[in-house]
Design a protein around this ligand. Structure first.
Ligand SMILES: Cc1cc2nc3c(=O)[nH]c(=O)nc-3n(C[C@H](O)[C@H](O)[C@H](O)COP(=O)(O)OP(=O)(O)OC[C@H]3O[C@@H](n4cnc5c(N)ncnc54)[C@H](O)[C@@H]3O)c2cc1C
Length: 390
């Protein structure tokens, strides 16, 4: 693996920075921590940014040019995402570009690619991911939503939960059971479902930061044309695991981590004077710097494997586990360093735009989303280290 920053990475960083500075206000302090968690008052800006990136083929840069992308390689794509994270850019197309795109490129029909990838890359179509259910999160293969074949279509019945952005989405990538109830992973199929189809009801879940990104989605006799099935019936678990591996890259979080560390360091320098912060504070920031660098290198290992066409499994889990837990720890450290001074989310006493107390809460889901830390450890132990499951 080549640890040096490549020319292509530097070039894309410069290009993205130029786009971001042309759209985001100079004092931009971000919307939600998760880039797809865009506050209603920032939706217009997020859309403007999507269009500015789309004009340059940078909205879905890894898609092939015939689908509106640039065919950008994994290293440059990583640099782009890290840059978006550093500048706290809102990103409504996270699920569409990072999850739906790779799955359709690998397993979708040519018609599905033409219809969906081009629109994602050029218009920023918003997608949501309908996998988790009230009784099936970590144990996803036990999910109960059914899709029954009837007269050239599938009829969907069931319930999804924690469906990010379902209320804003045009499409849902849905995992449903087409096999018998006991078929587990062998009886699941993946579907492309219009989010506004008759029979779909979306109900909001407001999280502890006060934001509405999450939803419950109910399906009652929802008819989906048979051509919206991805790949083969009952092979959905294979496609879903590909999608989940793509969900475990953490380039954006690395960028956000870097930004918080940089901003905190600048604040402390102005407060104490250069090199004069208490030793405990200096040590805490040094520790964070080490963890951030390790997290960045773990990401680059995954990127390098992708660039060489190697399948990844445990490596994506190691990366996701380490970066999310390090970032969470750092939000606690930052809060402790700032003390009461840093607890105000807004108003006169707040510092760094109230980001630290907000991140303290908003980073909690980073060790749940895309598979909890326990699930990542289980993958590393079993599929990585070859240990028995129980
Ligand atoms: C902010 C956020 C956004 C999300 N967005 C989406 C989305 O867009 N689409 C979607 O489909 N889902 C989404 N999810 C759901 C997410 O994938 C699930 O929350 C996650 O997989 C955990 O499932 P669960 O909540 O059912 O918890 P459970 O699976 O019930 O787990 C509860 C606890 O038990 C532990 N546990 C479970 N099984 C084991 C085991 N075998 N060994 C050890 N410990 C275990 C878990 O680690 C956890 O601590 C989102 C979640 C969050 C927090």
């Amino acid at each position: 693996m080549d640890f040096r920053s490549r020319q292509e990475m530097e070039a894309v960083r410069a290009e993205v920075r130029a786009v971001l500075s042309s759209v985001l206000p100079a004092d931009w302090g971000g919307s939600g921590l998760l880039p797809m968690d865009v506050l209603p008052e920032h939706m217009g800006l997020a859309r403007q940014l999507d269009m500015a990136l789309a004009e340059r083929g940078l909205l879905a840069p890894s898609f092939p040019p015939e689908y509106g992308g640039r065919g950008m390689g994994p290293y440059a794509h990583y640099a782009l995402l890290e840059e978006l994270g550093y500048h706290l850019a809102p990103r409504l197309t996270t699920i569409a570009v990072d999850l739906v795109g790779p799955v359709l490129l690998l397993y979708g029909s040519e018609e599905q690619r033409r219809q969906h990838l081009t629109r994602i890359a050029r218009e920023g179509t918003i997608w949501s991911q309908g996998f988790s259910e009230p009784q099936a999160g970590s144990d996803l293969t036990s999910l109960q939503t059914t899709a029954r074949r009837r007269d050239g279509c599938y009829v969907i019945n069931g319930q999804k939960i924690w469906t990010s952005m379902a209320h804003q989405a045009e499409w849902i990538i849905l995992l449903a059971r087409t096999g018998p109830p006991e078929s587990r992973g062998r009886g699941l199929s993946l579907f492309l479902v219009p989010a506004k189809a008759p029979g779909i009801t979306i109900s909001p879940i407001v999280d502890m930061t006060g934001a509405h990104m999450l939803n419950q989605v109910f399906f009652e006799d929802v008819e989906v044309p048979a051509e919206n099935l991805v790949g083969e019936e009952n092979r959905g678990w294979v496609y879903a695991t590909t999608l989940l591996q793509h969900e475990r890259g953490d380039a954006i979080l690395v960028g956000q981590f870097r930004r918080l560390l940089d901003d905190l360091r600048s604040l402390l320098q102005s407060r104490y004077g250069r090199g004069k912060a208490p030793a405990a504070v200096r040590h805490a920031l040094a520790q964070a710097e080490v963890e951030l660098e390790v997290g960045r290198l773990l990401n680059l290992r995954v990127v390098d494997m992708a660039a060489r066409g190697l399948p990844m499994d445990m490596e994506a889990s190691v990366c996701k586990l380490f970066v999310s837990e390090s970032f969470q720890r750092f939000t606690h450290v930052a809060c402790a360093i700032l003390g009461l001074w840093g607890l105000a989310r807004e108003g006169k006493g707040s510092v760094l735009g109230g980001r630290v107390p907000y991140y303290l809460m908003a980073s909690v889901p980073t060790t749940i989303i895309a598979g909890t830390s326990e699930v990542q450890r289980m993958i590393i132990a079993t599929r990585g280290l070859g240990l028995p499951r129980s």
